[in-house]
Design a binder for this molecule. Structure first.
Ligand code: INS
Length: 672
């Protein structure tokens, strides 16, 4: 271990000692925090705002397309394949550019990358606005995708690098707020311009040019990240920028920490070679990469984009049949996502990243289960097919006896009449090859606005259990948005040392986009094979895996300086959650309370009994060593007022031993 790390440890131990005899550490932490907060210069907020415009464009450009598509498909006569291409090409391009953005970030710097991204956003916006053919439109969509990829990996890194530690989580999470804000504004713009059936889509797609121009001109005047400057040896400039960002406060300590950390990193890991190989061959960065990519993967596997995408259908199930009404209600869905992201911004520095993510995953899993139950009830009470019109083409649709299997077949739709008593005169007929808005032939082939004309349900079934699904949808967004929607971006911006930060973020953002494409493209097929409730039960299962992953592997990074976070990954992956959060005074306090809590909790006693059984396998000498070692840690890490009680419990606990846990953690070490 390096001297600097060693001396930091020592300082922390001293701080820890002081906190045991001084006033409660929580109070001390708070007053320092208050002091820091009151002196946070406005400039930091300005930087965060202009960078987060990149997040806004990410949200806007991915969100606006669904509303634009309703108009586009009619005006440009788009086939289903072209519709899919226009939506997925952006996400695919974002995956590619996020992966290559790591290299650009390290080479050109964060500021230039943000400038490039906003320039690309402007270019893409202009191409889409003036597009006269679907091919040009596709070029525009791919262009904005390239911008989204670069912005998605650069912006969180830039904000994390310019923020003071006590505000970093909040400021980086503001980027996520801007993403969901972009999605929300996009849905409002979609609603507003949906009344303009001719060329309305041009305004929808073109409006993104405004924030892109604002960001571009803003960043011409804003500085580069001081950490990147120092890494490139531009120390004079770095010192000036840091001074400017910190509003003239004394920056010597922070500057020295960054500089020594860069020097140490170069000594410890070298500076040559391909960065990704260096990341993979060095334990702490390899573990950080696994955690970062895992979080991004589980974010997408939680099904957020299928829920967002599927919200219109869920609303149709709830009885909203008009396109325009559905558009406005979809805006309400993205508003819910946005409002609850705000809750995340508020909570991140209060409860920390780990608890926020765990709580969010728990809520997400439960609400996905509720969504699945809603779909299950709807399927079980699916209205029967009562009319069987002659089908000259012998399509599969004539084989279905109820709406559920008919709706799951992508070639069929449900045509029905409805009165107060429910659904009647219903049939399952082929969908029109030209548009999914009507049937290929028969009563539902000509959609009229007359009140007695039959309804055409494609992809959904009329049901009286739609409220369960709707409730599931709202609870899902309320639990996903504050934690799983935000923390993967925030945590990734903090967990890599400087030399690995660009590449680490590029990989994890790339994983996010790749899983985004995978989940959204496979959703309808998954639903076809597993049914809708099966698909949502499956997402709930994946969330449980995500919960276990976070429980075992995600350490708390709250309040630490970026240069200290690497230490959290010094131990085996599965011990991260239980690892001393830091040498830092504030986080030291968290560890103390955690261990004490651990000591008294019920599962600790259960484990002890379990350990007792296993202990016969071990020699008594080894057992004694371990027990003494652990008992010392537990007593030392408890606040003064708990110490005696903890000594008493420790004596009891130490008569058992910790070997099973020890053996287990050694065994699971193969993961790293
Ligand atoms: O964090 C964001 C956010 O939660 C969005 O709502 C979602 O569409 C994105 O895929 C995700 O990366």
């Amino acid at each position: 271990m390096s001297n600097r790390t060693g001396s930091r440890r020592q300082k922390a131990a001293e701080d820890g000692e002081r906190s045991l005899i001084g006033p409660p550490a929580g109070h001390a932490g708070e007053s320092v925090r208050d002091q820091e907060a009151s002196t946070t210069p406005f400039f930091v907020y300005l930087l965060a705002f202009f960078s987060a415009l990149g997040g806004f464009l990410f949200g806007y450009d991915t969100g606006v397309v669904s509303g634009a598509m309703l108009l586009l498909k009619k005006e440009m006569h788009l086939s289903t394949l072209w519709q899919e291409l226009l939506v997925s090409s952006t996400v695919g391009a974002a995956a590619l550019s996020a992966l290559s953005g790591g290299f650009l970030n390290g080479w050109l710097g964060r500021r230039i990358c943000i400038l490039i991204a906003s320039f690309i956003f402007c270019g893409g916006g202009i191409v889409m606005t003036v597009a006269l053919s679907k091919v040009v439109l596709l070029v525009g969509r791919i262009t904005v995708g390239l911008g989204i990829g670069i912005a998605s990996m650069t912006v969180p890194v830039y904000i994390a690098e310019v923020s003071p530690p006590h505000l970093r989580g909040q400021l980086v999470t503001i980027n996520s707020l801007f993403i969901t804000g972009g999605q929300f504004i996009a849905s409002v713009v979609d609603g507003a311009f949906s009344y303009l059936s001719h060329d309305g889509w041009r305004y929808m797609l073109g409006l993104s040019i405004l924030p892109a121009v604002l960001q571009f001109f803003g960043f011409i005047f804003l500085p580069e990240s001081p950490r990147w400057l120092l890494q490139k040896g531009r120390s004079q400039e770095a010192r000036q920028v840091l001074g400017r960002i910190r509003g003239g406060r004394n920056i010597e300590e922070e500057y020295d920490t960054i500089r020594t950390s860069i020097e140490e990193e170069e000594n410890e890991t070298g500076s040559g070679g391909v960065v990704i190989l260096r990341i993979l061959s060095y334990g702490p960065t390899r573990r950080a990469l696994i955690v970062g990519c895992g979080l991004q993967m589980f974010q997408q596997l939680s099904g957020i984009n299928t829920v967002m995408y599927y919200s219109a259908t869920i609303l149709q199930m709830a009885g909203v049949r008009e396109d325009k009404q559905a558009i406005w209600l979809a805006a309400a869905t993205s508003a819910t996502n946005f409002v609850f992201t705000l809750v995340g911004v508020w909570l991140v520095e209060r409860v920390g990243r780990r608890k926020l993510t765990l709580g969010s995953l728990l809520g997400t899993g439960l609400s996905l289960t509720l969504l699945a139950v809603g779909f299950l009830l709807s399927a079980q009470h699916s209205p029967p097919v009562t009319l069987h019109p002659v089908d000259f083409h012998n399509s599969t649709c004539r084989l279905y006896g109820s709406c559920e299997p008919c709706m799951l077949d992508p070639d069929c739709g449900f045509c029905y009449l409805e009165n107060n008593a429910g659904v009647f005169n219903s049939s399952c007929v082929p969908v029109s090859p030209a548009s999914t808005d009507s049937a290929a032939w028969g009563r539902c082939s000509n959609q009229t606005e007359e009140s007695f004309s039959p309804y055409w349900a494609y992809n959904y079934c009329p049901t009286s259990y739609s409220w369960v699904v709707l409730l599931g949808l709202i609870l899902y967004l309320a639990s996903f948005a504050p934690g799983m929607g935000t923390m993967p971006w925030t945590v990734n911006s903090e967990i890599y040392p400087l030399w690995a930060r660009s590449t680490g973020n590029a990989c994890s953002a790339g994983i996010n986009w790749i899983f985004n494409v995978l989940v959204s493209l496979t959703f309808l097929h998954v639903a076809e094979y597993l049914t809708y409730y099966g698909a949502f039960f499956m997402y709930a299962g994946l969330v449980v895996l995500g919960l276990l992953f976070v429980l075992c592997c995600l350490p708390e990074t709250k309040g630490l300086q970026l240069e200290e976070i690497e230490n959290l990954f010094a131990r085996r992956l599965c011990s991260c959650g239980d690892f001393p959060a830091s040498d830092d005074h504030h986080v030291h306090y968290i560890r103390k309370t955690t261990d004490c809590g651990l000591l008294f909790s019920w599962w600790e006693s259960a484990l002890s009994v379990f350990r007792l059984q296993a202990s016969t396998l071990w020699s008594s000498g080894v057992r004694l060593c371990h027990s003494l070692y652990h008992s010392q840690i537990i007593v030392a890490t408890c606040p003064e007022d708990h110490k005696n009680r903890s000594r008493f419990f420790t004596v009891i606990l130490c008569s058992f031993d910790f070997e099973l846990l020890w053996a287990f953690s050694n065994y699971t070490g193969f993961l790293t």
